[in-house]
Design a protein around this ligand. Structure first.
Ligand code: PGA
Length: 249
């Protein structure tokens, strides 16, 4: 059975002390059960937050990694460095990376491979912008991101990947996709995976929803058969909201 996952994406929020406090509170409140809870912190928090985690179902992740393995890339952080902190996940291809830092599908694909080669589980993000949805091309857009970002992976490697569908128009806007819109896209993605890698792999792939997910709408979103959890931005910065979402699953 595929895993239920709630991942918090702290983005560029919380200084080190604030981040440690938030992680401590969440660590206290997380129950050890089969829901995987992941804290995706800024790079500089990783080592300290690792030391705070004592629960078996709480994991650590980064929000990006370099597209090169090592070398003269001033300011970059490699997948190997992330792994060496004890982090096990890395968000890749987030729409903010794609739009503000011009990461295209090819760059995201390189990062996915480096992450896997360094024992990190990619949380691969995909999603259409508002104009694409309004023009009715959302399925093509997302299918193309998934294909170009992931479909040259071996079955074994693909089986490790977590996918996050995040409609860009819902990220940080307060506008959430309806439960039906989320389910519809997740089903399309799962069918696409089945066409490429077969039904068993598709059934085992966790597909998370992201975009203005809150305690008040999480249960309805997570009740869909193809929605296996959430990637949470704003609501991950407050332990009560984040745990409200974790407990909604
Ligand atoms: P949001 O962000 O929950 O603040 O909309 C989600 C994300 O960007 O991962």
């Amino acid at each position: 059975m595929r895993k239920k996952i709630v991942a918090g994406n702290w983005k560029m929020n919380k200084n080190l002390q604030e981040g440690i406090e938030l992680a401590k509170t969440i660590n206290r409140q997380v129950e050890d059960n089969d829901v995987i809870v992941i804290l995706c912190t800024p790079f500089i928090h990783l080592t300290e937050v690792r030391n705070v985690i004592t629960k078996d179902s709480l994991f650590l992740g980064a929000q990006n990694c370099a597209s090169e393995a090592s070398g003269a890339y001033t300011g970059e952080i490699s997948a190997d460095m992330i792994c060496s902190t004890g982090a096990e996940y890395v968000i890749l291809g987030h729409s903010e990376r794609r739009s503000y830092y011009h990461e295209d599908d090819a760059v995201v694909n390189k990062k996915v491979k480096l992450a896997l080669a360094n024992d990190l589980i990619p949380i691969f993000c995909c999603g259409e912008v508002l104009q694409e949805r309004q023009s009715g091309i959302q399925f093509e857009v997302v299918r193309s991101q998934v294909e170009k970002g992931l479909f040259d992976l071996s079955v074994e490697d693909f089986g490790k990947v977590v996918i996050a569908y995040e409609p860009v128009w819902a990220i940080g806007t307060g506008v959430t996709a309806t439960s039906d819109q989320a389910q519809e896209m997740h089903k399309v993605i799962r069918e696409q995976i089945a066409e490429k890698y077969g039904n068993a792999v598709a059934d085992n792939t966790s597909i998370l929803y992201g975009g203005s997910c809150k305690p008040s709408n999480a249960a309805e979103l997570f009740a869909n058969p193809d929605v296996d959890g959430g990637l949470i931005g704003g609501a991950a910065l407050n332990s009560a909201d984040f745990m409200g979402i974790v407990n909604a699953i």
